[in-house]
Design a protein around this ligand. Structure first.
Ligand code: TYD
Length: 201
């Protein structure tokens, strides 16, 4: 089962994924965790280019293509060979829809085209944790000053466009994407997600 987690900055995805992995594994399930951009040797190298604060001159098209390239590598190397397990993946194609199609205004057609192979491997279920970007950015600043990356540094307006994008994408794929209110405790969010996954197994 292929499960992805989406959301703006500071929504606690990484913590949630770790907790879920521990709990599902303790129930005897075969679980792997992975992330985008990254999740394989070459894809992690592409991640470094994408998130490097020094790379202020990456064009929006190059950015979108690098995310797609990283995804192609990750999909073939990590996702497809493990589809018989429970895959918990931090971000996937919906991030490209929200950040590149909407945030960077490249449009759904272009992003769908350059990610066409990934459209053949859509997740079984996607949890989108919806949070006011202002609150998310505050959490990032409080929790991990040292790790602010190139996209975290984008304008407030960009992050608002990304959120609007996510909500649009959630409507387009309403059978697959579950929208969760991010303005509740991490424990409450965790419970909702865990119950949902257990119901489907
Ligand atoms: P990361 O530190 O993994 O993000 P977070 O901890 O917020 O999940 O950084 C990934 C960044 O890359 C994040 O700002 C979202 C962005 N991104 C895109 O713009 N497009 C994509 O397709 C993906 C996968 C990520």
């Amino acid at each position: 089962m292929f499960i992805t987690f989406e959301g703006g900055e500071g929504t606690g995805k990484t913590t949630l994924i770790e907790q879920l992995k521990n709990e599902l594994t303790s129930k005897g399930l075969n679980v792997i965790t992975t992330r985008e951009p990254g999740g394989s040797h070459v894809a992690e190298k592409i991640r470094k280019i994408l998130l490097d604060n020094a790379n202020t001159d990456i064009t929006k098209e190059t950015e979108a293509l690098l995310f797609a390239a990283s995804r192609a590598q990750h999909l073939n190397e990590t996702i497809i060979p493990n589809l018989d397990k429970i895959i918990l993946c931090d971000r996937y194609i919906d991030s490209s829809f929200a950040y590149q199609a909407f945030g960077r205004k490249l449009g759904m057609d272009f992003i769908s085209k350059i990610n066409s192979y990934a459209l053949n491997y859509l997740p079984d279920i996607t949890f989108y944790i919806d949070l006011d970007p202002n609150l998310g950015m505050k959490r990032i600043k409080n929790n991990r000053k040292d790790k602010t990356d190139r996209l975290d540094l984008e304008t407030e307006n960009f992050h608002y466009e990304v959120r609007k994008g996510y909500l649009e994408v959630a409507k387009m794929f309403e059978d697959r994407i579950i929208v969760i209110d991010g303005n509740q405790t991490i424990d409450a969010i965790y419970k909702i997600i865990l119950e949902n996954i257990l119901e489907r197994i």
